[in-house]
Write a protein that binds this ligand. Sequence first.
Ligand code: AQP
Length: 335
Amino acid sequence: MIKRALSGITPSGSNLHIGNYFGAVKQQIELQNSIDQTLYFVADLHALTTVHDKEQLQNNIRNVVLDYLALGVDPEKSIFFRQSDVPQHCELSVILANYISFSHMQRMHAYKDKLANDSEADINMGLFNYPILMAADILLYQPDGVPVGEDQKQHVELTRDIAQNFNKRYGSEILKLPEPLISKTLGKIIGTDGVRKMSKSLGNVIGIFDSEEIIRKQIFSCFTDPNRIKATDPGKVEGNPVFIFHDLLNQNQEEVDDLKARYIKGSVGDVEVKEKLLKAHLTYFQPFREKRKELEKNNKLLENILRQGAQRAQNLASETLNKVEEAIGLTKVFN
Ligand code: AQP
């Protein structure tokens, strides 16, 4: 039974996309109301693997904080914090690096994907070590479950391997082995290219809080059935990104059924399908967009939420770090 869950989002881009939302955040928000304790954080240290511009980083962090809160993370119910406000993440990460081999790290897909396109000289150590920092992010809080998208499964498995290696060496259940909580149907939301997962760095996204103009562009750039040349050609609905997105966003089931039936027959054009998708998107996210606008005006509130979250996170994190340090022989002399 899951009692405590934890997850994070990297502010590597400026706004969250619907892949983040349906693949991970929606489930995270639901867990707030159904389990004992939830912890969510903005993984700003992870963003350093790609963002090396001070202003951009600060903007990204602020945007993800706003996005997360607007989408429903409730600081009364969840511990909500910024990773860099809790120094224990870095401390545990340095320790955990000693309980996993270099060859195991070379099998991590973030590194392998990067290596497929870049030379080793262009890959920073932050990217190589990223899964170890992620293991520290998780293990510090001893959660039972980690609600994430499918792309993060390998990292949660590595976290379990590190925890197991550590526990084997020090003879007790010091670190709790977490389970990945991945939706079978929504764990991998396809991008607008219809091929790869929706991803900030691939640019195949549909945003949540971008301007209507940008969202229109993203939706209108969406691939559909590649074999359908004219609107009068019969089309395929399964696996067609615009219909995948209709199923996620359009709350008017009758309209979706009608569009699908007409698409299969060849009696509706892509423009109408996409116009209706845009309308459905704006309707779905309207309450969240309004909430975000309110939050944007209240910097003091954001600061207070993050300060309080950091305090609560630090209390839990230092308990685990103390246990780990005690176990390995780094007993504190000063307190
Ligand atoms: N396409 C997706 N389908 C399902 N879940 C997804 N997630 C991301 N993309 C999809 C999940 O969203 C959470 C937060 O993601 P993140 O930004 O911290 O990490 P990410 O996986 O690196 O997201 P991106 O958009 O793909 O960013 P870049 O391009 O920077 O790598 C995670 O739980 C993730 O699984």
